[in-house]
Design a protein around this ligand. Structure first.
Ligand SMILES: [Mn+2]
Length: 462
């Protein structure tokens, strides 16, 4: 019953065995014991890092928010050891935010191991919640910035974790979990090809190769279901992201005129996001004029827009990684043609039908059907070529269960569209709503979409 994770030196093994035998019988319902604040002359600030720790929650939510999320997750699976690897990436869309959701930490190569049946009191760096950080690289850190050595009381306090380890200790920790914790527990999300396999699955497969009969407890989607329901503090950040997004849309509306390049509008929008206070884009901006507006995710932006065309702006900012997602379609010359206005009004009516159908307990499919019915009755069924809605949060396409009834507190988009390549234009109108027990709150209502108001604003040069 030795624990290779903490006791590499043989001289310590006897002690380890003696201590472990009493620890392994601890129940999961004890509250974790927080560590005290750092003490001593070297404890704080971290040596060489006077301003802020190199690792720790990045935003304003505070370590307690993340600890509560981890406890809520552990309450769902109760047994085994759950590994969550930081797989954060931005490839047009930000993805892989499970680790960030549970830690507030955006450190590359970091991982989290949750073991609800581990003792409440940490045994050196063996604990119910343990953070694994990539190894120190002394020369690399001269380039990228200094990182703390472990153990570090200050880093424990900054991260909110009583147990900090280097990632080389992860394989033995998983084998230990197979032996003593009732196996391994999958809390991520299945991903079909061609997406890469979740890193936790790879790590579990390797642990299973080094043990006999180590089981994986399947809690596929456990984190995703937690992420569906937005807490008040994260809703405040999502509202902030929408304020930034509104500034960008206002700047975009001003920058649209016949003879302008799409990229001029895009630059104006993105500069306004940053000026308002947003650090990152929620996703790569989609700015398509004329026939470009008929593509859903149009990536080029070098077309010159002409009078009489439409321009579609699917652009949004973020706040502390919380994304917004808003689309508006504007007339380049400031006035819709009769045909454009007809289509615009159908899309607006479809969106209103979708929002009216939304409340806790309904499925996304019900909202989709409400939008699709309006467009079908108008005769444009074949030209609505995507789903109505998706979850929004730390990822613009946030994970969630599309099959289950929507919970109160979920934030989704409602974004019907009609795309008519043969007529040289497309219309999409996208807003975000907060699902409530009795209906839905329109979160993005301050960003104008009423066609008469858009024409008035554009005529006034706003
Ligand atoms: Mn969207």
């Amino acid at each position: 019953m030795l624990h290779p994770l903490r006791f590499a030196a043989p001289v310590r093994l006897a002690l380890a065995c003696a201590l472990l035998s009493s620890h392994l019988s601890f129940a999961a319902d004890e509250a974790p014991v927080p560590r005290p604040a750092p003490v001593g002359p070297l404890a704080s600030p971290l040596p060489g890092m006077p301003e802020r720790p190199a690792v720790g929650p990045r935003g304003t939510l505070g370590a307690d928010v993340y600890r509560k999320r981890r406890q809520a997750l552990m309450a769902t699976f109760k047994t085994g050891a759950a590994l969550v690897v930081n797989e954060m990436s931005f490839d047009g869309l930000r993805e892989g935010m499970d680790f960030y959701y549970l830690t507030g930490i955006d450190e590359a190569g970091a991982a989290l191991l949750l073991e609800p049946t581990a003792p409440a009191t940490p045994f050196y760096t063996w604990a119910r919640e343990a953070l694994f950080l990539s190894s120190l690289d002394v020369e690399g850190e001269r380039v990228h910035g200094a990182r703390a050595q472990l153990p570090s009381n200050a880093l424990e306090v900054a991260t909110g974790f009583a147990a900090l380890n280097r990632s080389r200790w992860l394989p033995p920790a998983l084998v230990e979990a197979c032996v003593h914790r009732g196996g391994l527990t999958f809390v991520g999300q299945y991903r079909a090809e061609p997406a890469p396999r979740p890193k936790a699955m790879d790590a579990y497969a390797r642990a299973q190769e080094r043990t006999y009969g180590c089981k994986v407890n399947d809690f596929n989607g456990a984190i995703a279901r937690l992420r569906e329901v937005k807490e008040p503090a994260e809703l405040a950040l999502m509202r902030q992201a929408i304020v930034y997004t509104g500034a960008g849309h206002a700047a975009g509306l001003k920058a649209v005129h016949a003879g302008a390049h799409e990229y001029e509008v895009k630059d104006a929008v993105e500069a306004a996001f940053k000026h308002a206070g947003s650090r990152h884009l929620a996703y790569e901006s989609i700015v398509g004029s004329g026939s470009d507006s008929t593509f859903l995710h149009y990536g080029k932006d070098d077309r010159v827009m002409k009078a009489g065309e439409l321009i579609l702006l699917d652009v949004a900012a973020e706040a502390e990684y919380y994304a917004a997602d808003v689309t508006r379609t504007l007339p380049v010359s400031g006035k819709f043609t009769a045909e454009q206005r007809t289509i615009y009004d159908i899309v607006l009516k479809a969106q209103a039908a979708g929002i009216a159908a939304a409340r806790a307990g309904v499925r996304v499919a019900d909202i989709d059907a409400a939008t699709r019915r309006v467009i079908q009755e108008a005769g444009y069924y074949d030209y609505y070529v995507h789903g109505c809605c998706h979850f929004v949060g730390l990822e613009v396409h946030d994970p969630g269960d599309y099959d289950a009834p929507l919970p109160a507190g979920a934030v989704i988009t409602v974004e019907p569209g009609i795309y008519l390549p043969q007529r040289g234009f497309g219309v999409r109108i996208e807003d975000e709503i907060l699902i409530t027990p009795t209906g839905a709150e329109l979160l993005t209502g301050a960003i104008p979409k009423d066609p008469a108001e858009l024409e008035r604003l554009m005529a006034a040069g706003h």
